[in-house]
Design a protein around this ligand. Structure first.
Ligand code: A3P
Length: 346
């Protein structure tokens, strides 16, 4: 009898204990989300100057995640847009490339900053003649809504390698800031190949092996006609850009480091864009399943990049890798010299 009573008492205590822990957890979550529920205020201070920490409060970040998202989806009236003083601004910075360098990761990570608003889609305004013919107003209308104090950033990696783009961007804004994210050239070329291969496989098409494309079978030399190889000759493309923009207007992001250690790379970009440092380690967490860093906006909202980012590369003949690395080496040296950023590639 006594034993039964003790068991009953233990069970009751267990239920009460669970209730207490549950309530406590609810309270913690509720307090954590209170900031989200506060009224929305515009960000004060202007982009570009020195600002205090308080000028880009968490509320502004919440605004971006909530209301701006609705605006972007079109779930808002003209009155609301007007009321909130929202505008569609031409970009003050563009991620011009390089394809497969980590351009999406860079854009998404920069978008963690409350003063940055990303254009979600690649707009391909400057590299696509048909789009370019539609004019600058068309381009501006493709931009997300933002506060005048925020900056818009877009990324279209094809810009870096397309002949006409530097002059066209220069005509729009000769003092624009240009971001280039690069990876070790051979790895980037293989990543490029992997993306094309996946596209072919999706359509049930066969495709050549990387080795066959990258090496000219007649000469046994590196095939410079292969686009994935040409794109990785960074210095050649950069030299075309330097005919229009001084090197100070470019910032080189180490795409390999952005994978393993994103925060210091992002802090360098914040500095380059004259933004107060706002992205912190809290915003980035390593997801072991994905094998990459993912983004944390707040205690509720976090996300990893899509599965198309971080593909498994096919195995490539080591002798071909060695050949490619040897080929890229002098171009890399020149790239370090021009940009002032040494990346220790093999
Ligand atoms: P792989 O698919 O070869 O691994 P882009 O966005 O320019 O197409 O670049 C894609 C590359 O971004 C991926 O190449 C991946 O390695 C890299 N990347 C960098 N940071 C990443 C992240 N946090 N999550 C997923 N991919 C990331």
């Amino acid at each position: 009898m006594l034993f039964k009573q003790q068991a009953w008492l233990r069970q009751k205590l267990l239920v009460l204990g669970s209730l207490a822990v549950g309530s406590l957890l609810y309270l913690v979550a509720r307090v954590g989300s209170l900031d989200r529920l506060q009224p929305i205020c515009p960000i004060e201070g202007r982009f570009g100057g020195a600002r205090s920490q308080a000028e880009f409060p968490l509320r502004a970040l919440q605004f971006k995640r909530g209301l701006l998202h609705e605006f972007r989806k079109g779930n808002s009236s003209k009155e609301q847009i007007h009321l909130h003083d929202l505008v569609q601004q031409l970009p003050k910075a563009i991620i011009i490339g390089v394809r497969k360098g980590g351009t999406r990761a860079l854009l998404e990570m920069l978008n963690l900053h409350p003063a940055v608003v990303k254009a979600s889609q690649e707009i391909h305004f400057f590299d696509n003649d048909e789009n370019y013919a539609k004019g600058i107003e068309w381009y501006r209308k493709k931009m997300p809504f933002s506060y005048p104090q925020q900056i818009t950033i877009e990324k279209s990696p094809a810009y870096f390698i397309t002949e006409e783009v530097p002059e066209r961007i220069y005509k729009m804004n000769s003092s624009i800031k240009l971001l280039i994210i690069v990876r070790e050239p051979t790895t980037r070329a293989i990543s490029d190949y992997t993306q094309v291969l996946e596209g072919k496989e999706r359509k049930n098409k066969t495709y050549y092996k990387f080795e066959k494309l990258a090496i000219d079978s007649n000469t046994c030399e590196v095939n410079t006609k292969y686009k994935a190889v040409r794109t990785s000759i960074y210095t050649k493309h950069l030299e075309r850009w330097l005919k229009y923009f001084p090197i100070e207007q470019f910032h080189i992001v180490d795409g390999d480091r952005l994978i393993t250690e994103p925060l210091p790379e992002l802090q360098l970009v914040e500095k380059f864009l004259n933004l107060p440092p706002r992205i912190s380690q809290y915003n980035l967490y390593f997801n072991a399943t994905r094998g990459f860093y993912c983004l944390r906006f707040n205690i509720i909202f976090n996300k990893c990049l899509a599965g198309s980012k971080g593909r498994i590369h096919p195995e490539v003949d080591p002798s071909v890798i060695t050949k490619l690395r040897k080929f890229f080496h002098p171009f890399n040296q020149k790239f370090y010299q021009i940009t002032g950023r040494t990346l220790n590639w093999p």
